[in-house]
Structures are given as structure tokens and as C-alpha cells.
Design a protein around this ligand. Structure first.
Ligand code: AMP
Length: 273
């Protein structure tokens, strides 16, 4: 991969890169289309990264469908698909890890110890291998996006990070490979996540900027569903993910379990001023 990337760069190609864990849906494909438009070469990676899963998480049963994924990528089309095997990417003798501190402390970082360290280490390796000029990341994983932006800034990676808006199902559910775990009944329950965020957005648009009031409005919607186990529901500063202020743009972020499936979603509440 590295040799190909160096060749491409020598030939004046602009390389766009979309890293994924596969089991592709329209959210992933939207990122790829954006990369396709912005660069002459599009590289997609598929790698289910064991180092970002906790010991009791779903690494083993994470859905995989390489052949179907390749067919979907073919229709974009991408120029290269990089799908390394686990040991090649993460040899047993690995002793070096990339850890972003501040922005990874709260939200998912507080509930998934080591998760972001696994993400940033693998993304750093992928950047070194693929040598992209730009890389596209979804706002669905907003804290991940901020962690990668911080890593790129702090470690002087020569790659521009392009955020892509969340792609939702027509009824509002944020697309996710993990939605495949949901039974029809659970999928219906899961709608409460996006609905709670939309309720908060309405309140914010009507002029309520108090973070506590916004969180309460969202919580009222989530409380209606007995089958949702809330992990966190928090308003944070949209840029720093630290304590929010009514005068600045906020991010309202939620993580919850529906059955055994952990889902996340978020919405930006921009300061209209
Ligand atoms: P994953 O395969 O879940 O690791 O996701 C790969 C990339 O796709 C990440 O940048 C995600 O943020 C992005 N992504 C996943 N789901 C969505 C979605 N519904 N909308 C936009 N981006 C997404």
C-alpha cells in the first residue's frame, strides 16, 4: 500500500482516503462519494480494528461482508481498497500507541477505556501507509472526528480532515453497521435516540440555549422508551467537547443500549449569533 501511495503521489495524484470497518451502508458510501469528488484517487480501507474494542465488546461478532462491500465500492468507484489482515496491521510485538488526551476523556471515552487509543493508533498507521492528502470522517462518530483532528494537528500529519454530516435513514435513525443487530422491535425503539436529539434541536432553534434545559428536553423523549438503557446524554462544547456554554455552539451527544446493541448519535446546536 505504501509503495502504491508513493507512486501515486509522484504522479501528482491527489489521494482521498476513507477508512472504514466495512459492512458498508449509505453513510460510508456518502463519504466515498465526497472523496471521489475532491480528489483524483480514492482509497478505501476496510479493517475491523481489534484494538478499539474492549474485552467484553463485539469484536468477534462485528458484522463482516467483504464481497458485498467490494461490490458497493465498485459502484462509487474507488481506485484502491486496502483490507489488511489483523496481524499485518497490528503485530503481536506492537509497543507504540498514539493517544489523544483531552477530547477523548468524556462521552464515549469515559465508557470505553482504550477505545480512542486503538482508533488513533490505527488511523495514524493508515495515514502513513495510504499517504492521503485528504481523509473523510463522519460526524456520526463526532468524538472520533475531534480526536483525529487533534492528532493530525498535534503530530503534524500532512493530511486535511474533511468532516461529513451524519447520514440517516428516512425515519431519522443514524445509519450504522451495528443497526444490523437490531430486531424490528428494537429498531423501532432505537428511533428514540434521533427523536430526542431532534426535540432538543427544536428547543434550541426556538431560543433556549441553556444546556441543562436542552438535555432535559431530550431526556423526556428517551424516558418514554422502557427498553433503552441510557449510557450518557450530554451537551458539550461543539469544538472542544468540554463544558458547554450557552453562548457557543454545542453538541448534544447520546449513547444507549437497545438490547445488547450499543448505539450512538449526536446533533450540533449551533449558536445562531
Ligand atoms: P465505521 O465503519 O463505523 O468505523 O465508520 C467508518 C466511517 O464512516 C467513520 O468516519 C464514520 O464516522 C463514518 N460513518 C459511519 N456511519 C455514518 C453515518 N451514518 N453518517 C456519516 N458517516 C458515517
Amino acid at each position: 500500500m505504501r509503495r502504491i501511495a508513493e507512486d501515486l503521489r509522484r504522479r501528482d495524484g491527489t489521494i482521498a482516503f476513507v477508512p472504514t470497518m466495512g459492512f458498508l451502508h449509505d453513510g460510508h458510501l456518502a463519504l466515498m462519494r465526497e472523496g471521489r469528488q475532491r480528489a483524483s484517487v480514492l482509497v478505501v480501507s476496510i479493517f475491523v480494528n481489534p484494538s478499539q474494542f474492549g474485552p467484553n465488546e463485539d469484536f468477534e461478532r462485528y458484522p463482516r461482508a467483504l464481497q458485498k462491500d467490494l461490490e458497493k465500492i465498485e459502484r462509487i468507484p474507488a481506485d484502491y481498497v486496502f483490507a489488511p489482515d489483523t496481524r499485518a496491521m497490528l503485530p503481536a510485538d506492537t509497543e507504540t500507541w498514539v493517544e489523544v488526551t483531552g477530547v477523548t476523556r468524556g462521552l464515549c471515552g469515559a465508557h470505553r477505556p482504550g477505545h480512542f487509543r486503538g482508533v488513533t493508533t490505527i488511523v495514524a498507521k493508515l495515514f502513513n501507509l495510504v499517504q492521503p492528502h485528504i481523509a473523510i470522517f463522519g460526524e456520526k462518530d463526532f468524538q472520533q472526528l475531534r480526536a483525529i483532528q487533534k492528532m493530525v494537528h498535534d503530530l503534524n500529519f500532512a493530511v486535511e480532515i474533511i468532516p461529513h454530516p451524519i447520514v440517516r435513514e428516512p425515519d431519522g435513525l443514524a445509519m450504522s453497521s451495528r443497526n444490523a443487530y437490531l430486531s424490528p422491535k428494537q429498531r423501532n425503539e432505537a428511533l428514540a435516540l434521533s427523536q430526542s436529539l431532534f426535540a432538543a434541536r427544536e428547543l434550541s432553534a426556538a431560543g433556549t440555549r441553556d444546556p441543562d434545559a436542552i438535555v432535559q428536553a431530550a431526556r423526556r423523549v428517551l424516558d418514554r422508551s422502557a427498553d433503552i438503557k441510557l449510557e450518557y446524554l450530554e451537551a458539550v462544547d461543539w469544538e472542544t467537547l468540554a463544558k458547554p456554554s450557552a453562548h457557543r455552539s454545542m453538541l448534544l451527544a447520546v449513547a444507549a443500549r437497545v438490547g445488547d446493541t450499543r448505539l450512538i448519535d449526536n446533533i450540533a446546536l449551533h449558536n445562531p449569533a
